[in-house]
Design a protein around this ligand. Structure first.
Ligand code: SF4
Length: 343
């Protein structure tokens, strides 16, 4: 029995990478841009439809490569209009992408890994452990191949996985999404969310113009460590020092995510400590309601507690917003993504 050889995917290659590929095959240089446009603008699913390429080139492409696109294999629709798509990936697993419509804003929350190895105590994805890294193509594919792709105004890397634990592929995907030969999105409309890993955080701020959201959750080392075990290796104080070393223009691209838990991390002491910690950093805090997960003693807070916390932070001069919970009925809300059953 002949074993089928896996072909190399083109989706996820940047224009310079396609240019190298084309040069290696002695095809005309302009073929690289044509390929990029077929993949990222026309979203071609096969080489046959790339009609401005010669038949000989299409045949060669067919022999050695695949476009690398994948359609969602399942969708769940929330009563609030949020949709959760399931995408198959080459490692054999699945990842989820969540489409969130809100007025004129159409956001897609994408995954960067299959599962995650960071083990945050409030997160279902962390319970899966790391099952695989996504390629730049598999990240970009989520954006290009959800049915609402043409409506998207914002992309957030807040799905499954820790983006800075897959830095090169994440940077590659951001380059493509912002490129003129691709969807040409503004970097201001793309946010990468991280618990903060050094030196990847520095690398990201130097190499990308996209926005960064750092998961803060507590200003106190021991308390944050209980929630985010990575605090032990990369304490928040070091992350903030690193942030301060960047010019103000880069700092402005940073916001802080703060999941509020009942009776845990929204006291007066937390407000005072946050005001001290964030001094001198131009930023915003996004408050997010915790969604209860099975087997955890952490509880969801009352809305009044979140409102009072917001007011207290604003009283200290910290710009604060409350993020609306979306897609809770389809397990699409923050911290609930989990694809083990799909396997
Ligand atoms: S919160 Fe993010 S970093 Fe932490 S386990 Fe979940 S996916 Fe991983």
């Amino acid at each position: 029995m002949t074993k089928e050889v896996k072909k190399e995917a083109l989706l996820g290659k940047t224009l310079p990478q396609l240019t190298d590929l084309v040069a290696g095959r002695s095809w005309p240089t302009y073929v690289a841009r044509q390929l990029a446009e077929w993949l990222y603008v026309h979203r071609a699913k096969d080489f046959e439809s790339m009609t401005n390429l010669s038949k000989a080139i299409r045949a060669e492409l067919n022999a050695s490569f695949e476009p690398g696109t994948a359609e969602p294999s399942d969708v769940r629709v929330s009563t609030d209009g949020t949709k959760k798509y399931l995408f198959p990936v080459s490692s054999g697993g699945y990842v989820e992408a969540v489409y969130i419509p809100e007025g004129k804003r159409h956001t897609l929350c994408v995954s960067s890994q299959v599962g995650c190895r960071m083990g945050c105590s409030f997160c279902m994805t962390g319970r899966q452990g790391l099952r695989g890294q996504l390629s730049a193509g598999e990240i970009v594919n989520q954006v290009l191949h959800v049915p609402e792709s043409n409506l998207l105004t914002n992309i957030v890397y807040m799905g499954m996985g820790e983006p800075l634990d897959n830095l090169e592929e994440v940077i590659g995907s951001l380059d493509i999404l912002c490129a003129g030969y691709g969807p040409g999105m503004s970097p201001r409309r793309i946010t990468v969310s991280t618990i903060g890993i050094l030196p990847a955080l520095d690398q990201f701020l130097q190499r990308s113009k996209c926005r960064l959201a750092i998961s803060l959750h507590s200003p106190f080392h021991e308390e944050r460590r209980q929630l985010v075990p990575m605090e032990k290796a990369h304490p928040l104080s070091q992350l903030l020092d690193s942030l301060r070393r960047h010019p103000a223009e880069r700092q402005r691209r940073v916001s802080f995510e703060y999941i509020v838990f009942s009776d845990l991390n929204h006291s007066k002491e937390h407000v005072n400590a946050l005001a001290r910690l964030l001094q001198g950093i131009s930023c915003r805090i996004n408050l997010i309601r915790f969604h209860k997960i099975p087997g955890s003693s952490l509880q969801s807070p009352r809305q009044e507690s979140i409102n009072a916390f917001k007011e207290a932070l604003e009283g200290k001069g910290i710009r604060t917003t409350i993020r609306k919970s979306r897609g809770q009925d389809i397990e699409a809300a923050c911290g609930l993504l989990f694809t083990q059953s799909a396997k």
